[in-house]
Design a protein around this ligand. Sequence first.
Ligand code: CP
Ligand code: NVA
Length: 310
Amino acid sequence: MIRHLLKVSDFSKAECEKVINKSIELKKNPKKFTSTLEGETLLMLFEKPSLRTRISFETGMQQLGGHAIFYSIKDSPLGKKENISDTAKVASRFVNIIAARVFKRQDIWDLAKYADVPVINMLDDFAHPCQILGDFQTIKEKKNNLENMKLSYFGDAHNNVTYDLMRMCAILGWRMDVTCPNAPEYSPEQIVLEEISDLSRGTGAEVKVVHDAKEAARDSDIVYTDSWMSYGIPQEQEEERKKAFMPYQVNSSTMKAAKPDAIFMNCLPAMREYEQTTEVIDGPQSIVFDQAENRLHIQKAIMLFLREKF
Ligand code: CP
Ligand code: NVA
C-alpha cells in the first residue's frame, strides 16, 4: 500500500519516532546517504509562497542523489485546467514522490487518492506535518527526550501548524494549552478537536483550548507561536487581527511565566513585534533557526521512509 503524509497523525507514534531518529542520523552523517534516492524525482507543486520548504526539499533531494522539480500552480490552480485525478495520474508516470502546498485540504486529499506514488503535504489549511516532525526533532535535540512535556501555543489557533502541534502532543501524551481569542475564526475547528480527543484516548494527553495567556504559559517547557497573517489572509484583515491577537503576543512576561529552561519556537516566517517581540525571538531561549535547519534533515528522512528505504 502506498503511504502518504498529509497530516502528522498519518504516522503512528512509533513511525514519528523512527523518522525523527533517522533525521538525527542523516544530520550527523549526511555523506552516508548521498545516493539513497539516486535517479529519483520529486515533484513540488506550489499554490502558495515558500522560502524554507522549497529550498529545504530541493536541497534535500539533491543531497540524496535525486532531483526536484519546482512547479508553481499559483496561476493555474489544481482542478481548474484538468481534474486533480488526471494531474495525479500523469505526474505518477514521471516522478517517484509528489509534494504539494495548496490552499484547500480537499485538493491534497484528492492528489493522494489518485496518485500511484507517495504524496507529501507541504502545508495546506489543515496541517503542516514536515514542519511539526522537524520541530519535534529539534525539541528532542534540546531536551534530550520527548517525554511528558507541556507545550503552550499562542495566537491564531484556526491554523495548520497549530492543528499538527495538537495532533503530535495528543500522540505523545503531552499537555498542551492552545491559547487564542475566544472567537470561532481564531479557534480550532470542531473536526480537529474531535480528532484530538480520539488521539488522546489512551495516551493520557491533555490538549485544551484556553484564553488566559499567563495561565497557559505557566509550567511550559515549550512556548510556540505562528504568524498572525498566514499565507492567503487578505491584507485588509491585518489591523483587525493585530488587535485580536495582541493579548496573545509572546513577550518577556510570557517567557517568565514558563519554566526557566523553556524554549521559544516559531515555524517562521515571523514578524517581530507581532506574534512575538524582537527580544524573545532574538533572545537566548529562541531556537527558531535550529527548527528551520531541521526541515532539511526531517524531509530527507520522510522521503526515505515513504520510498521504503528504511
Ligand atoms: N515554515 C515554513 O514552512 O516556511 P516557508 O513558508 O518559508 O516554506
Ligand atoms: N500558518 C502559516 C505557516 C507558515 C509556514 C501559514 O499558513 O502561512
